[in-house]
Design a protein around this ligand. Structure first.
Ligand code: ATP
Ligand code: MG
Length: 391
């Protein structure tokens, strides 16, 4: 008898010495977190992979795969079966049943690729490939052999048990969430910053979001959008903390006290400083933004310089070298795009200059900030009054 299982492959962590076991444990707990509430499962280690089994009955691929596919550090999920016996007839019969279930309904080219890790099994893998190939051809007229470029590769892995699979669902790769330290991400309701946040989370960085909210100049809809984006990110990371920082007072103060064409630069500097205060409080070691070089006036090299100079922490800008269409492609893939582009109305654009400076000079920006005697107090206040929402 064969049992349905998921065979889960993980990526580059396999190469990382002693950390490997910590990383694999993280992957197992992420998988458990995502599926334990759905049933009664085992997550078992097998050399180089993880196997998910259903303890209570037949495993439901369609239920589990989407819930596991969001986990960073995994490279592929293969729906397959495990045969406990090393009896060749039984293995071939189960391979046939598997092919029938997954590729029985249309003409496909295929080959068998077996691997014999268990030398207790007597038939060499080349022979298994040929014998099983013939066995399948006799029973399934829709199959044709193509050893060079087959549409379907039937894997038969002969270990202590035998694993049979023929489909590989590619997942995102990356590193297990939380394995690369913590960073605070400046998360707006736009297209870019959710993608930037996701990209760093994919590299194993534990992320927290900070959203600067300026009611009534930014609407409740804008905040709703950010909350929905945070919720979506949490589906990848398992959990996500969002700080909603009330920014109106500080923003109005800057509006009254700096040159209008440099307002955006001062605003972004204030955001960076507030982000850094939250990072310090939560022991995060970097900031993340969705800046992309040249995208808007404040993202010229001079703009990025003038904004970034206010930070002591490193600023990670994973989108720096990407074109908008490349960013949008990722936003669509991770399903943040539709949330980010949801229409909403901000009731006022007083904070947007018609002709913003494109080449701000840090020296002058810093000089005009010396006159902003209330800035530190307002920053302390808005950070202290931040609303914390945990997803
Ligand atoms: P996005 O699509 O992420 O909003 P953008 O193209 O609109 O980015 P800017 O408005 O110049 O670019 O913002 C640059 C970055 O500053 C954003 O990617 C984000 O990281 C941060 N940021 C901007 N506005 C806010 C905000 N209200 N709250 C939190 N972070 C913000
Ligand atoms: Mg924006």
């Amino acid at each position: 008898m064969a049992e349905k299982v998921l065979i889960i492959k993980y990526g580059e962590i396999a190469m990382r010495g002693n950390n490997k076991y910590i990383f694999i444990n993280r992957l197992i707990s992420s998988i458990r977190k995502n599926i334990d509430h759905l049933g009664n499962y085992y997550v078992v280690r097998d050399p180089g992979r993880l196997i998910v089994e259903d303890r209570d009955g037949e495993l439901d691929y369609d239920l589990l795969i989407p819930r596991i596919a969001t986990i960073f550090g995994l490279i592929a999920i293969c729906p397959g079966v495990r045969v406990e016996s090393l009896d060749k007839d039984m293995i071939y019969e189960e391979a046939y049943q598997h092919m029938l279930a997954h590729h029985g309904d249309k003409d496909v080219t295929f080959k068998v690729k077996s691997r014999r890790a268990n030398q207790g099994f007597e038939t060499p893998s080349m022979e298994v490939n040929m014998e099983l190939g013939g066995y399948l051809l006799e029973r399934m007229p829709n199959l044709t052999v193509d050893v060079k470029n087959p549409q379907v590769v039937l894997h038969v892995e002969i270990r202590n048990s035998v694993y049979i699979h023929s489909k590989e669902i590619k997942t995102y790769g990356g590193l297990p969430y939380g394995s690369s330290g913590k960073a605070v991400s400046l998360l707006s309701g736009g297209i870019d910053s959710p993608v930037a946040t996701w990209m760093m989370a994919k590299r194993g960085v534990e992320v927290e979001g900070v959203y600067f909210h300026s009611p009534p100049y930014t609407s409740e809809w804008a905040k709703e959008k950010v909350l929905d984006l945070a919720k979506r990110i949490a589906e990848f990371t398992g959990e996500f903390r969002l700080y909603v920082v009330p920014f109106t007072e500080l923003q109005l103060y800057l509006l009254d006290n700096v040159a209008h064409d440099k307002l955006t630069i001062h605003l972004k500097r204030a955001m960076m400083r507030a982000g850094e205060m939250i990072a310090d409080k939560d022991q995060a070691l970097s900031l993340i933004t969705g800046e992309s070089v040249g995208q808007v006036a404040s993202q010229t090299m001079q703009g990025i310089h003038a904004i970034g100079a206010v930070c002591n922490l490193p600023v990670l800008r994973p989108l720096a070298g990407m074109d908008k269409h490349e960013i949008i492609e990722i936003a669509q893939k991770i399903e943040t795009f539709d949330i980010s582009t949801r229409p909403f109305e901000d009731c006022c654009t007083v904070f947007v200059a018609k002709h913003p400076v494109t080449k701000p000079r840090l020296k002058y920006i810093e000089k005009s900030e010396l006159r902003l005697t209330e800035l530190d107090r307002l920053l302390d206040e808005c950070v202290a009054n931040a609303e914390i929402i945990d997803f």
